[in-house]
Design a protein around this ligand. Structure first.
Ligand SMILES: [Zn+2]
Length: 199
């Protein structure tokens, strides 16, 4: 096999769910029938990796230092919604009428994987709450064991800053990822959220 072909197959394997076989199939496909598409993909990847960073306010992906949502003057500054991923943020934005701000953790507490408060930017979140404008922190982490543990940790931070922590109602599938929940269910759960007790 050509060294360049081997390099391409190796590179394709960085994508989630792509093993040796699928990587081979993709590489052959691009070379046989999709060279234009392949060139477009390479250019888009290079540009995205170089130019997309994280918003300094919410940690979502952004091409500008502060993302368009955080820069918006028409959103409700009293509500902040913490989510695990940009995909969860998008799901909530599309399924619900929520028009407050977001905070994207880019993960969940997972000590065994070395993901602690620092990796989730919780110092940034605390600083945000300390600004004094936020009244409610809606904690929309996933209803998994780690998501629940993260929610309790965030609720403590909220209370330390005099902010009311709330959680979307149960009824979301246990262990389900928010982004895969259907709109109606997500919208209903989000709308009937309740305050997290101090336990
Ligand atoms: Zn932002």
């Amino acid at each position: 096999m050509s060294a360049l072909l081997e390099q391409l197959i190796d590179a394709l394997r960085v994508l989630p769910g792509v093993g040796q076989k699928s990587a081979q199939r993709m590489a052959y496909h691009v070379l046989e029938r999709g060279r234009d598409g392949g060139a477009r993909l390479a250019a888009a990847l290079a540009e995205a990796v170089e130019k997309i960073g994280h918003c300094a306010r919410c940690r979502d992906f952004s091409e500008t230092p502060v993302c368009a949502t955080c820069a918006s003057a028409s959103r409700d500054a009293q509500a902040l919604c913490a989510v695990e991923t940009p995909a969860d943020r998008l799901a909530i934005e599309q399924a619900t009428g929520y028009r407050g701000f977001y905070f994207v953790l880019q993960g969940r507490l997972s000590p065994l994987d070395g993901i602690g408060p620092r990796e989730l930017g919780l110092d940034l979140l605390a600083a945000r709450l300390a600004e004094g404008e936020v009244r409610e922190l809606i904690i929309a982490t996933n209803p998994t064991v780690e998501g629940e543990a993260t929610a309790h940790y965030l609720a403590q931070i909220a209370r330390q800053h005099g902010v009311r922590p709330s959680r979307p109602a149960h009824g979301l599938p246990l262990g389900g990822e928010l982004e895969f929940v259907d709109r109606g269910t997500l919208s209903h759960a989000f709308g009937s959220r309740s305050e997290i007790g101090d336990s």
